[in-house]
Design a protein around this ligand. Structure first.
Ligand code: CA
Length: 500
């Protein structure tokens, strides 16, 4: 398939040996016996695409990510198709859309019989590892997750979900003994991953390692003090869609949001330094992305699920000079959550299983195939949690194109934004007579896309019933006392810290 691994091996080998000798390191110690790429997949939580230095935000300090972006393929139009935690993670792991894998709400179990990234990489000879936040287990947020529900990851230090980043628990391997990360979890987990990468066994096989970090998700003011001090007393440029009366709260939240981001930025630096020191940098693809964004006051709302850009667009960097060269590149390819699995498999030369619905973008991104993707599906199957019906939440289906966002609710056409002319999505163009042809064409494309996905766009509760999920009065799956099946949860932590 790919010829990446066949490029002048002798020349590369000799140059590599010379470098290692100059560094005083034995090449035998560092030579990795693999022609497949390692993958370090860094997944963060609730980091919107707009909030990074390289994305044009002058306020947040992200020098490591900016450097990474300057050497990476930057997917500027990456989309989290159902922008909320568990649905994205289940799509990432299976390559399927939420109505297929069934995880269209948080805190439900991803079928353990699914063909997942962990299992496919493992059967292709990879060492697979998962560190951090899992959130597709559905048995309570701090319960032990046995190996039978770990979806093919060999090495495991994970927890279902916590937002208590300074008192963050995890389970290791198949042990039910709860452990706690010693410091702010993103940093402790990163240091541990760096340690893991120094093990000689990492040279035997290629690895697929997921580092799944819980921040910059709220609570915002909980990053280590060092990072909070960077933003103390600062006033930022707010997005134009933040209502004036919320400005003060948004400024305060952004101080914390950016502090978490700067802490994670340091983690990126640590990981890259370790990969370099271990001689793994040349053959390791680094992916940096988020499960969804955060509105942080835009359109008067917080968090996710909504179809606005701050919620639905995510950072997506692929650092892989073997494929993309040493210099940064940008692509407007509309990569969506279900497309991640086949794309990673494509880069690794591994056959994509038939269960996958997403598209392999690897050859498109390497310029070897024409990009024929003109739109991608976005949806909210059933609103819940922070976007309940009482808060305006509702079911929707929509399309993102390079230029437009078009969304239908159960009553019909709902939102139409020209994101190039109106990047803050202040003008809903639905029903404008002069744009009738455009609206009609997007609506027809959406109808075709839904048909292709076997999606009848029914009321959310129909799907809740079909999957037999137990919900509470707000139509949310409870996760503290009982689980999605109505069974008692033994470890009843909410996952949120007690903040005074
Ligand atoms: Ca999340």
């Amino acid at each position: 398939m790919l010829n990446l691994f066949e490029m002048k091996p002798r020349k590369r080998y000799h140059r590599g040996i010379l470098c290692l000798l100059l560094w005083g390191i034995s090449p035998l110690l560092l030579a990795q016996k693999t022609s497949k790429p390692n993958i370090l997949y860094i997944l963060v939580d609730q980091w919107r695409a707009q909030s990074a230095g390289y994305a044009g935000n002058q306020d947040v300090h992200t020098p490591q990510l900016d450097r990474l972006a300057s050497q990476s393929m930057n997917l500027t139009h990456a989309v989290s198709g159902m922008p909320v935690c568990s649905p994205h993670r289940a799509s990432f792991l299976t390559g399927q859309y939420p109505l297929t894998h069934g995880v269209f709400m948080n805190d439900v179990l991803l079928d353990t019989n699914q063909i997942t990234l962990g299992k496919v990489f493992k059967s292709a000879g990879y060492q697979t590892a998962f560190w951090g936040k899992w959130h597709v287990d559905g048995h309570g947020r701090s319960s032990y997750i046995p190996v039978t529900r770990q979806q093919g990851f060999d090495d495991w230090k994970a927890l279902e979900c916590t937002h208590d980043y300074n008192n963050s628990a995890y389970y290791e391997g198949n042990s039910p003994v709860k452990k706690v990360w010693e410091t702010y979890d993103a940093i402790a987990q990163t240091q541990d991953v760096c340690q893991y990468l120094t093990k000689p066994s990492k040279r035997d096989k290629p690895f697929f390692l997921v580092l799944s970090i819980g921040s910059p998700h709220d609570p915002y003011q909980t990053a280590p003090e060092k990072y909070q001090r960077m933003y103390a007393g600062k006033t930022f440029q707010l997005r134009e869609n933040v209502p004036a009366e919320l400005a003060e709260k948004v400024q305060q939240d952004l101080r914390g949001y950016y502090a978490h981001m700067s802490a994670i930025d340091d983690c990126i630096g640590m990981l890259r330094k370790t990969l370099h020191e271990q001689g793994l940098d040349k053959n390791t693809m680094i992916v940096f992305t988020s499960d969804h964004g955060d509105l942080v006051g835009s359109h008067g709302a917080w968090n996710k699920q909504q179809a606005y850009d701050e919620s639905i667009r995510v950072p997506f960097l692929i650092h892989y000079p073997k494929a993309f060269g040493p210099k940064g590149k940008k692509s407007k390819a509309l990569i969506n959550s279900p497309d991640i699995m086949p794309t990673l498999l494509g880069f690794s030369g591994i056959k994509v299983p038939n269960s996958v619905e997403g598209k392999d973008f690897s050859r498109i991104l390497m310029g070897q195939q024409k990009n024929d993707v003109t739109h991608t599906l976005i949806s909210c199957v059933q609103p819940f949690g922070q976007w309940t019906r009482a808060r305006g939440g509702k079911e929707y289906r929509g399309l993102m194109t390079e230029k437009y966002t078009y969304v239908r609710d159960l009553k019909g056409p709902w939102l139409l934004f020209d994101r190039e002319k109106d990047p803050f999505q202040m003008q809903n163009l639905i029903g404008q007579a002069s744009l009738a042809a455009l609206q009609n064409s997007l609506d027809q494309d959406l109808t075709k896309e839904l048909k292709k996905r076997n999606d009848a766009f029914l009321p959310g509760l129909d799907y809740v019933k079909k999957w037999k999920y137990v919900i509470d009065a707000t139509e949310t799956v409870p996760y503290v006392k009982i689980n999605y099946q109505g069974l008692p949860i033994s470890d009843t932590s909410s996952g949120y810290p007690n903040l005074k």
